[in-house]
Design a protein around this ligand. Sequence first.
Ligand code: NAP
Length: 272
Amino acid sequence: MTRTQPEERDMAGSIQDVRVALVTGGRRGIGRASAFALADNGFDVLINDLEHDEAAEETVQGIKDRGRRASFIQADVADLGQHERLVREAQCFGPLSCLLNNAGVQTRHRGDILETPPESFDRLMSINLRASFFLTQRVARQMRDDDRGDRTRPTRSVIFISSGNAVIATAAQAEYCISKAGVAMMSTLYALRLAEYGIAVHEVRPGIIQTDMTKDVFEKYNGWVEAGGFPMARWGQAEDVGNTVAQLASGRMPYSTGQAFFVDGGMHIRRT
Ligand code: NAP
């Protein structure tokens, strides 16, 4: 099919906006699952990550197999000097309609908050918090300049992947919890600012999701998960998060912005 840009015709012949998403840290895990779900919902997808390896190529191919355009952009989002190129290259399919701030890291070592090293604190803030803040700022300015005018029914979105640790304290991972609590406030602040441009801002808070990030703590958590440590006694899968992201980005929650969507099997519910 030959596509016109930045719009295309749907099966009924109506002109539709081409929807383009940028997914940071998207070559595997939650980023990859979100990219696939976005592609299933009609988005062309740009994948960003640190390494352009086999996993990155598999992700790009998976998007193409779903009938959408895809490309990979190698960049370290923590390096603000790379953002100009990242955002420029991300518009090769047309203006961005969704930014998914997914790239994130855990602490390398769990430890006592009384011993948290400054290097670990800075690393977590730099990748999990500062990178998303300034990348969103740059993309949001671009979206503002490309204002489509409908502020009552957002067609564009910025989505942050935070964590249940935005509100649940894990004392041995203080810097992770603090960075994710910051992401939650960042999402609220951008929601306030961007509504007037028809841009919805959502925070997605995963619980315990089975990805490479959690493989080292699988044994530690598995017994708790299976014993019903929270209402839905199973590990979350990356697809659980990806499908939520795609629902939000597709505009199926047209009167929602600035709130957190838990994808955690009910882990956040306070119980007696
Ligand atoms: P993952 O499997 O480790 O994937 C994260 C991806 O982000 C990796 O490919 C990683 O590359 C990339 N990345 C890291 N730093 C980057 C940077 N500076 N620039 C560009 N890409 C970078 O983790 P995941 O489980 O899918 O997690 C994705 C997001 O969900 C993170 O924000 C995480 O905090 C959040 N989350 C995860 C869970 C969970 O249980 N898994 C729960 C709550 C929230 P490298 O591998 O090369 O570092």
